[in-house]
Write a protein that binds this ligand. Structure first.
Ligand code: IVH
Length: 741
């Protein structure tokens, strides 16, 4: 959609991609691209902004760290001192260049070299030596309060030891799941017939962000600490060891906090290189996964002089290890069709372990990539994983060819519906199935998207349910032939459905002992009755006694009731969620919230012209055009009409009795308020006709400041914008500006 030659369009596209992947990485959705691919996107974005500085707005992801997520159920807490990220080095030359920047002459500076732990960053606040809070990084400024879960981590002390305990300290570190514990957990899951977790990092992330601390407690999470945030020594007076980075680790260890056993202090590029090589060679021998090494200037005085860029310290750099490679055989190349209709070839391989997990398939993106890689079906291929989730076929091992290998050709028709595949526009590398309306594969993808957390968040509407509703096994006909009928489903539609059980990795049907595809009936509960005396026997006992069931009665399963209940609940969800569910290109939660807040009803969104849409903050010309195009398609409009007829709420629920006391005013709220959540502040402002902005500028009318407010409060003072406390804000809401001032 975006024109690769138009820098603004490409910029918008990249920002969106980087934000989406960041949200996945820091949230609890599994990443869909490798760290390497992510790094490439971020690098392109930085390069583009360097070339076109006018594109680098303060809220560009290049200027921020991590991801801010609302609505997670955890309270948001502002860090006293920002949590920074690290700049990356991918080669020794990058390290040398960094070294030249930090020392007057390369080799003059003492450097600390340590493992880069692949976990999640955490900030632990101790007041007078007592642990008061554990907070995730979030967007670097504000994170989520996960204290209850942090308290379940055995190696985190509740009370600091020693006599140099500060008044207040934020200790920064990495929470991880030890590799051994991860493997044990997965072995247990497999035994119980459940899907294993992808990798230790994701498992640790999911565990730390559990709503129920008992679940966190059941996972043996651990922590390594490696930095200090805010620090007030108070009466104890400063510990002189904190003048160096390696000394900080002694201080942390003295307080009883875990520090890495693999920290080395080195001088000169030779010694640094040696330390990097040692860590790389021993990466799998450590208790946790590492994805690189971190180099830090040891002298804290020099650290202070070097300072920070907007997102990372200049005195540290992360050296990322090159990806690991293994060999396996490429059995076949299949083609999958996703919700946007893109036909993606993927390699099916003999299972192989790479970077700690078993891999059976890897995307090949499109036919050009298959050609460029030069792989033949039957080849031995080089497979790599950049230390994380997404495997990549690098190319064939030509020397291992036997002559039996075969060239692969891209099918001309959609493997799901048989429609001829086509380029969307001339010169596209990707082929798509143009039959968006009824192609079962696309429909399945869209229905699954409707249920996803960022859309209508319908608990049971995941991959299997979406497949059951759109592609049931013969002879049943799909209850949905497009998403219009989703909210009209009945028990009668659901109960008969059976689906083929597929391998979650390859997508291929699983077979039973007789070689037939295994089936599941997700909406059935089968009650069998047996002759008197045989009711209490086990199935095996009955089999050996040759006893058969008298008859069976099919009831709707609990799953069927839950789905219908959840669909009913979904009808009253916020307008922005309905908008996300419509599967418009580029229209994710951020843009949808902005559009819904501004226009307030589906009717007004449908009527809005591209100019009106593009003028909304958070929506640009590309998203505006995409929304317009979507509504031009008749069967799209039918979906909206059918959902509205089924009772789906198509307008923001605004309290019309509220006076529009804030008409024309732009208000920024920062810090935590007693009577409002982050979302309810926005809601309160918008419902009274005001605009809730995220950053303070000269156009801001008021800044509402709560507890632990950070830089925004300072910015308000700098610009002379009136600052309100919570009480004044409430008066402003009720009576308008004169009452607040
Ligand atoms: S120091 C101000 N040291 O890597 C410097 N970070 O990619 C703060 N990480 O956000 C970071 N191991 O979550 C530091 N030994 C280590 C680390 C480490 C892992 C993480 C940390 C950081 C991320 C940047």
């Amino acid at each position: 959609m975006s024109d690769q030659n138009d820098p603004r369009a490409r910029h918008q596209d990249l920002v969106q991609q980087v934000e989406e992947h960041r949200a996945r990485y820091y949230g609890d959705d599994a990443p869909t691209i490798s760290d390497g691919e992510y790094d490439a996107l971020e690098r392109e974005l930085r390069a583009l902004e360097a070339e076109h500085p006018e594109l680098a707005e303060p809220d560009s992801p290049t200027q921020t760290v991590g991801s801010a997520r609302g609505e997670t159920g955890f309270a948001s807490v502002q860090h006293r001192e920002r949590m920074m990220s690290l700049d990356n080095a991918f080669a020794l030359e990058d390290v040398e260049a960094w070294l030249a920047r930090v020392g007057k002459e390369a080799g003059e500076q003492t450097i600390v070299c340590e493992p880069k732990i692949d976990g999640l960053s955490i900030s632990l606040t101790y007041e007078d030596g007592e642990l008061v809070r554990g907070v995730t990084r979030g967007d670097g400024t504000t994170g989520e309060d996960v204290t209850a879960n942090v308290l379940t981590i055995a190696s985190i002390p509740r009370t600091l030891s020693g006599d140099h305990v500060p008044r207040i300290v934020e200790v920064r570190g990495e929470v991880f799941l030890p590799v051994a514990a991860f493997e044990e957990l997965n072995a247990r899951l497999l035994e119980a017939g459940k899907d294993p977790y992808a990798n230790p990092r994701n498992t640790a992330a999911g565990s730390l962000r559990q709503k129920d601390p008992a679940v966190t407690a059941s996972r043996p999470l651990d922590v390594t600490t490696y930095a200090l945030g805010a620090l007030e020594w108070g009466e104890a007076g400063p510990d002189p060891r904190a003048d160096t980075q390696h000394g900080i680790y002694e201080v942390l260890a003295g307080w009883g906090l875990p520090v890495s056993a693999h920290v080395r202090t080195v001088t000169g590029i030779g010694a640094i290189e040696e330390c990097l090589a040692w860590l790389e060679d021993n990466r799998h021998a450590l208790v946790h996964e590492i994805d690189g090494a971190v180099l830090k200037v040891d002298d804290r005085g020099v650290q202070g002089e070097l300072g920070f860029t907007s997102r990372a310290p200049r005195w540290a750099i992360a050296y990322k290890f090159p990806p690991e490679e293994v060999h396996t055989r490429l059995i076949a190349i299949e083609v999958g069709v996703g919700r946007t209709g893109r036909a993606t070839p993927y390699g099916v391989m003999e299972p192989v372990t790479v970077a700690g997990s078993t891999v059976r398939q890897a995307t090949l993106h499109n036919q050009d990539v298959v050609r460029a890689k030069g792989v033949l079906v039957g080849d031995t291929v080089v497979l790599r994983k950049a230390g994380d989730v997404i495997p990549e076929i690098v190319g064939p091992v030509v020397a291992a060819r036997t002559g039996q290998e075969q060239e692969w050709v891209m099918p001309t028709d959609c493997p799901s519906c048989g429609t001829p595949l086509a380029e969307q526009k001339e010169g596209d590398k990707d082929l798509r199935c143009p039959n968006a309306q009824t192609c079962p594969a696309q429909l399945q993808g869209r229905v699954e998207h409707i249920g996803s957390r960022g859309a209508l968040d319908i608990e049971v509407l995941g991959e299997v349910t979406a497949a059951a509703l759109t592609r049931p096994a013969e002879p049943e006909r799909p209850p949905l032939t497009n998403e219009a009928g989703l909210f009209d489903l009945t028990l009668e539609d659901l109960v008969p459905i059976k689906v083929v059980v597929r391998d979650s990795e390859t997508g291929l049907p699983k077979l039973d002992d007789e070689g037939n595809a295994k089936m599941r009936a997700p909406f059935q509960r089968v009650e069998k009755t047996y002759p008197p005396g045989a009711e209490d026997m086990t199935p095996a006992e009955r089999r050996s006694a040759g006893i058969r069931k008298d008859h069976e009665v099919i009831h709707p399963s609990a799953n069927a009731f839950t789905l219908l209940d959840e669909l009913e609940k979904a009808k009253t969800k916020d307008l922005w969620r309905v908008l996300v569910s419509l599967n418009m290109r580029h229209v994710g939660p951020v843009a949808s919230r902005a559009v819904a807040a501004e226009l307030g009803s589906m009717e007004r969104i449908r009527e809005a012209d591209a100019e009106t849409l593009a003028a909304i903050e958070g929506v640009g010309p590309i998203i505006a055009e995409s929304i317009r195009e979507w509504f031009e398609v008749p069967w799209h409009r039918d979906i909206v009409d059918a959902w509205a007829a089924a009772g789906v709420r198509m307008a923001e629920e605004r309290d019309l009795s509220l006076e529009r006391t804030l008409e024309g005013l732009t208000i920024v709220a920062t810090g935590s308020l007693d009577g409002f959540t982050r979302d309810s502040v926005k809601e309160a402002i918008i419902s009274r006709g005001g605009k809730a902005a995220g950053s303070v500028s000269k156009n801001t009318d008021y800044v509402v400041v709560g507890a632990n407010a950070g830089s925004k409060a300072a910015k308000a003072e700098e610009l002379g914008v009136p600052v309100l406390d919570e009480a004044a804000f409430v008066r402003l809401l009720e009576q308008g500006p004169p009452a607040a001032e």
